[in-house]
Design a protein around this ligand. Structure first.
Ligand SMILES: *Cc1c(COP(=O)(O)O)cnc(C)c1O
Length: 434
């Protein structure tokens, strides 16, 4: 299988090269040249997440050097449960994606990318430095996934004082080949500095660098697996497709669901749940696509005004009418997030994180509109990651899951860094010398 750019000006590339590159050279996003088509019977005998992943992703890996390692990559990446649990309402489920090391769904993609990168870099003379700008969840997932992998280093930039104390602790608790830099600036400053470093040819030639952001194919493809796994499980039990409502920011997670449906798995409707950033609701309700500056909300990992994977949705559904018919989107305000979290224990017997709460609210709106099908709410993070928001609303402490507790029990430290590129360049140059 070859991969082409959504902008059509990049030669077709093999999977390994596309993963290593991240963004296509023409500025577009890599997409498969063609889509495989599966029948349900193709998954006969595939029960576990890693078995489903190895079968589902085989056509995308076909012909690449990584193909022979796919089963091992899946076994390494998908090593925690992704349960589909019933909620105490008719035909309503929750798909929990937060049982990995940093308690957010980004662990799935980050672990798969790390397993691929490790193999792509095997035997390289110089280590590869992965640069990550993060507003919280991404940096921790990438750090946990790449920690102590030979030939790979991670440098995380985060806005000092603008991530939650628990997020800051997670970013600074790894050490070894992971360096956390707390930048005296905003998330946008961090992103701009990373971009400049990646484009600094002189530095690149001495210190090979790559990124791990949500447009990477190495993060996108594995995000199909849990949708396929849950949909197959549901179909075997109930003979019907399962619908999903997905907390959405850059559309990476939702794109995983869309691809899973497109290759023939029994995924039904896909509803996109956003926070108050309403660019998707406007488009799917029939308006123009108008990317905007993001606004800050309680669901901060979804504070996105211009979803980067929208380009991939348009590639999958080139006709706007067809695209609008294939998804729906609803925005939920901070007030809606708060009231959903407050009522979650009495209504569902569960506590949801602020991101998951947007999906719960979106499904409630669909039900109020008469929707009766079987739906799974996708839970993207554990509520204990956002205890400062959640605990006052539910009026009780949220128990910390063991993996997160382990990280929080380690000592943590981060180095201060000025919010300008020369400071970052000097710090990276020091690493080169070390
Ligand atoms: C990153 C993130 C999202 C948004 O995912 P996208 O792939 O960017 O749409 C939602 N919830 C949580 C908890 C996240 O960390």
């Amino acid at each position: 299988m070859n991969f082409i750019s959504t902008r059509g000006k990049t030669p077709a590339t093999g999977l390994g090269a596309a993963i290593a590159a991240g963004l296509a050279p023409d500025g577009g996003l890599y997409v498969p040249e063609s889509l495989p088509k599966f029948a349900i019977d193709d998954f006969a005998g595939c029960q576990s997440l890693d078995q489903v992943g190895a079968r589902l992703l085989a056509p995308f890996f076909a012909g690449d050097d990584l193909a022979g390692s796919l089963a091992d990559i899946c076994a390494e990446a998908f090593n925690f449960p992704v349960p589909l649990k019933p909620l105490p309402l008719v035909d309503t489920f929750v798909l929990e994606l937060f049982h990995g090391p940093t308690a957010a769904f980004k662990d799935v993609g980050a672990r798969f990318l790390a397993a691929c990168m490790q193999r792509l870099r095997a035997g390289a003379a110089t280590p590869l430095t992965i640069l990550v700008a993060t507003s919280g969840d991404t940096g921790a997932a990438v750090a946990a996934a790449f920690h102590r992998l030979p030939g790979l280093r991670v440098v995380i930039l985060y806005p000092d004082g603008r991530v939650s104390p628990r997020q800051a602790h997670q970013l600074g608790c790894f050490g070894d080949n992971v360096t956390a830099l707390r930048v005296a600036g905003s998330f946008d400053d961090c992103q701009a500095m990373v971009k400049q470093a990646l484009n600094d040819g002189a530095l690149q030639s001495r210190l090979p660098m790559s990124s791990a952001n949500s447009i990477s194919l190495g993060r996108l493809l594995p995000q199909m697996t849990y949708y396929a796994h849950a949909a197959l499980q549901f179909r075997r039990a109930r003979e019907q497709a399962l619908n999903f409502v997905i907390p959405t920011g850059n559309l990476g997670n939702a794109m995983g669901a869309a691809l899973t449906r497109a290759v023939g798995l029994p995924v039904g409707r896909i509803a996109l749940a956003t926070n108050a950033n309403h660019v998707l609701q406007d488009f799917f309700d029939g308006g123009d696509y108008r990317p905007a500056t993001s606004i800050t909300t309680l669901a901060n990992a979804m504070d996105v005004g211009a979803p980067s994977n929208f380009e991939r949705l348009r590639w999958l559904y080139p006709d706007d009418g067809q695209l609008r018919a294939s998804f729906s989107a609803r925005a939920t305000s901070d007030a809606g997030i708060r009231s959903t979290i407050s009522q979650s224990r009495s209504r569902y017997g569960e506590v949801f994180c602020p991101h998951t709460a947007t999906a719960v609210r979106t499904l409630e709106m669909l039900r109020e509109g008469g929707e009766t099908g079987a739906w799974a709410v996708v839970a993207t993070a554990h509520p204990a990651k956002f205890e400062a928001i959640v605990e006052p609303l539910v009026g009780a402490p949220v128990p910390v899951p063991p993996a997160l507790a382990e990280l929080l029990s380690r000592p943590a430290s981060a180095e201060p860094l000025a919010a300008d590129y020369p400071a970052l360049r000097d710090r990276l140059t020091e690493m080169d010398a070390a």
